[in-house]
Design a protein around this ligand. Structure first.
Ligand code: IMP
Length: 426
């Protein structure tokens, strides 16, 4: 199925997330993978998978949980809200999915109530203006770097006294005040969640080394997207982890040499949630409403309506370069059906009207950029039943081929509907 030295593939969103990545992890999980791994992010992600018309949503869990005999790994680079994770596991079990295999890294940092509070309540905190998902992701990663973090091993193997001390240290450092009963309850809730999760907790780097030595097929499932990368995204309007292929190795404890295939997931148009520059953004109109409603463009985690824009090949080119993308999957192509004229962004002009060659590092400068568009013809035919590239209307094929040539990476898949089966292999 893949040309590779190792049987591994990274599934990586090239823009701002929400591009139906979960569908491709699920596609690989159901057709090919033995192991599905998450290496970064936490319950800020939301993967929706549609199987036989039934919709399932997971947030912290890898999307391989829907396929029998697939091992799902949550690596050390993720952050986990243990209480929410217990609920997510219950949700699966209540939906009849009981036989999934799960390994959670003992090194994974955990999100607590005070991380959520820091993410949401403190007006002057810089994260406030970024309009995060409010799940405490940033403060949890920040505590990790401050050496104030609490890890899965602490809630699974630590005592009440040990955990209380860690919590007390962190809240003191953040100048938060809680009464003793609140802290005791918080510690007890974490220990309780630790008891429920302990059966899954292990050293996942050992698990993955074994899987690689046994030539198992491994999917590394990205979360968020390249433009939300803490280094190369539109800083500070970014998430706190590294969602490009570079984050995989350190996020799950394997050497980078094992990563060779990178499938870049590209939505046929652009969306983003949260604040920050969005050069190809469309003003609210009948067109954006149509795209938002047809594409169900509302945050899986927050329910916020997503901002809508034309596809931006300028930033996708940068994302390809940083990710080392070896193939592309174009998703939600069916959402563009019925739009007469499409636009594709092929470059940016700066405030002086000059073409620029790379994305400016300062958002102040990105705000002043204007898009350079190429106009393309749309199509009217329903494409949701197309099984082969040739079945697509000519205009849709031209649209895909243009993206492929511009980005200089082969389009391997085109998704034409939400179901597992609505994928064209090109
Ligand atoms: P955080 O990850 O909750 O800290 O949010 C930081 C920024 O990343 C905000 O603009 C969020 O809306 C955005 N973000 C985080 N996770 C996702 C995701 O899975 N899809 C799309 N945007 C996300």
């Amino acid at each position: 199925m893949l040309e590779s030295n190792y049987n591994t593939i990274v599934i990586s969103d090239l823009a701002w997330g929400d591009s139906a990545k979960g569908k491709f992890s699920d596609f690989y999980a159901s057709k090919w993978a033995d192991v599905v791994v998450r290496s970064q992010g936490g319950n800020n992600a939301g993967h929706t998978v549609v199987i036989d018309g039934k919709k399932y949503a997971v947030r912290g869990l890898p999307s391989g949980v829907f396929t029998k005999n697939v091992l799902n790994v949550i690596g050390n680079g993720c952050v986990i809200n243990p209480i929410q994770m217990v609920q997510e596991i219950e949700y699966l079990k209540n939906n009849g999915i009981t036989d999934f295999q799960l390994a959670i890294s003992a090194h994974t940092h955990i999100i607590t109530e005070y991380h959520k509070q820091l993410d949401n309540d403190i007006e002057e905190y810089r994260i406030h203006k970024v309009k995060t998902t409010g799940n405490g992701i940033g403060p949890c990663y920040a505590d990790k770097k401050y050496r104030l973090g609490i890890r899965m091993c602490d809630i699974c193997y630590g005592t009440f006294e040990e955990l209380s001390e860690l919590v007390q240290d962190a809240i003191t450092a953040h100048s938060l005040y809680y009464d003793v009963n609140y802290i005791d309850a918080l510690v007890n809730n974490l220990l309780e969640a630790g008891k429920r999760l302990k059966e899954y907790v292990c050293d996942t780097s050992l698990v993955l080394e074994k899987a690689i030595n046994e030539h198992k097929n491994i999917v590394f499932e990205g979360a968020q997207g390249a433009m939300l990368d803490n280094d190369y995204g539109f800083y500070p309007y970014v998430t706190s982890s590294c969602p490009t292929s570079a984050g995989i190795a350190s996020g799950c404890g394997i050497p980078p040499k094992y990563i060779d295939n990178v499938l870049g997931i590209v939505k046929a148009y652009s969306t983003r949630v949260g604040t920050g520059p969005f050069v190809t953004e469309l003003e609210d109109s009948e067109l954006t409403n149509k795209i938002r409603e047809t594409g169900h463009e509302y945050g899986t985690v927050t329910g916020r309506p997503r901002r809508i824009g034309w596809i931006d090949l300028f930033i996708l080119k940068q994302a390809n370069r940083i990710n080392g993308t070896t193939g592309l999957a174009i998703t939600l192509l069916d959402v563009l059906t019925g739009i007469d004229k499409l636009k594709v962004c092929i470059g940016y002009k700066d405030k002086n009207g000059n073409n620029i060659s790379s994305l400016p590092p300062r958002v102040q400068d990105i705000y002043e950029c204007t898009p350079i568009y190429k106009d393309m013809e749309g199509w009217q035919e329903d494409i949701t039943h197309c099984k082969h590239f040739e079945d697509l209307p000519k205009q849709a094929r031209t649209y895909i081929e243009y993206i492929e040539h511009f980005l200089d990476v082969d389009v391997e898949y085109i998704s034409v509907g939400p179901d597992r089966n609505q994928i064209i292999s090109k």
